[in-house]
Design a protein around this ligand. Structure first.
Ligand SMILES: [Zn+2]
Length: 294
């Protein structure tokens, strides 16, 4: 996307064409990271620049995910915007890749905040986001921005966390039910379809049965622990196993100690690695008002 196609995210004024663009309207100044325009007002570079993150996002190619709405948009040569592109590897020139953080500069066209997009009205035919909305602090503002930058009749595809546990990138605010997603896009869109999805960036837990088994196992571990503790209180505890026994006892409030908090937290983090059952929606941007479909 040509730099001249961007605008000020604050006032939508035109930008000067330079390495450090300035808004001709409000005078706001912007920067760049790795040659990628950083069009977020008052951005904190130390927060945005995650190129040295020891746990980078996995790469993905939007054309290889088997999502029909995206495949159709690519086939139509739609002007496409990907919100939260992360390490998107597509080289399709019709896809503008944005993210609020830079994980690898070569995978982005512009650094942008979904709550205040640096594009003029009606710029795109298709906007999509994959596992992004749970990371937006005010997703209703992002929905308004999507409606603004879409042309009338344009389409949106979004995939949100539903049964995913807490995860970062770098903050996780909301998981979304079907009702939540419908409400989020109530104004300005027509919902063509909306519902649960098996799509997940965590393939191993995308199947509900897998997730249920994991939850049952975790529940079993937690409920068995106090029983073991009660049993051990009647028998000598081998020295090597005393820390575990004490921890389990404290978990029931028998002997408060912060040690057990750490143990419980660790278990929770391990469980949180397996993830996901998501909600997705396909929305049609209607002239005059918002229409949504999935
Ligand atoms: Zn401005």
């Amino acid at each position: 996307m040509a730099a001249s196609a961007f605008c000020c995210p604050a006032c939508h004024g035109r930008l000067t064409l330079s390495d450090r663009p300035r808004c001709r309207g409000c005078g706001a100044r912007f920067d760049a990271i790795g040659g990628v325009p950083l069009l977020i007002a008052n951005a904190d570079r130390a927060v945005v620049d995650r190129r040295d993150d020891p746990r980078p996002l996995p790469a993905h190619d939007c054309a290889g995910l088997g999502i029909a709405a995206i495949d159709d948009a690519l086939a139509r040569d739609d002007r496409m915007l990907e919100l939260g592109a992360g390490r998107e590897t597509t080289t399709d020139p019709h896809v503008v890749r944005t993210d609020a953080f830079v994980y690898a500069a070569e995978h982005l066209d512009v650094v942008a905040d979904a709550h205040a997009l640096p594009f003029p009205d009606a710029t795109f035919d298709f906007v999509f986001s994959l596992a992004v909305f749970e990371h937006l602090h005010s997703p209703w503002l992002a929905a308004e921005e999507i409606a603004r930058v879409l042309r009338p009749g344009g389409r949106v595809f979004t995939l949100c966390a539903f049964l995913q546990p807490l995860h970062g990138y770098p903050d996780h605010y909301f998981n979304t039910t079907e009702s939540g997603l419908r409400r989020l896009f109530r104004d300005g869109f027509e919902i063509e379809s909306c519902g649960p999805s098996r799509l997940s960036s965590h393939r191993e837990s995308a199947v509900p049965l897998y997730r249920m088994r994991e939850m049952a196992e975790a529940y079993g571990r937690e409920t068995r622990a106090p029983l073991r503790t009660r049993w051990r209180r009647r028998r000598p505890v081998p020295a090597a196993r005393r820390p575990l026994a004490r921890g389990a006892g404290r978990a029931r409030g028998l002997a408060p100690d912060r040690t057990v908090g750490r143990a419980a937290g660790s278990a929770s983090l391990r469980r949180s690695r397996a993830v996901a059952y998501t909600t997705r929606a396909l929305l049609l941007h209607g002239p005059g008002r918002t229409r949504t479909y999935v």
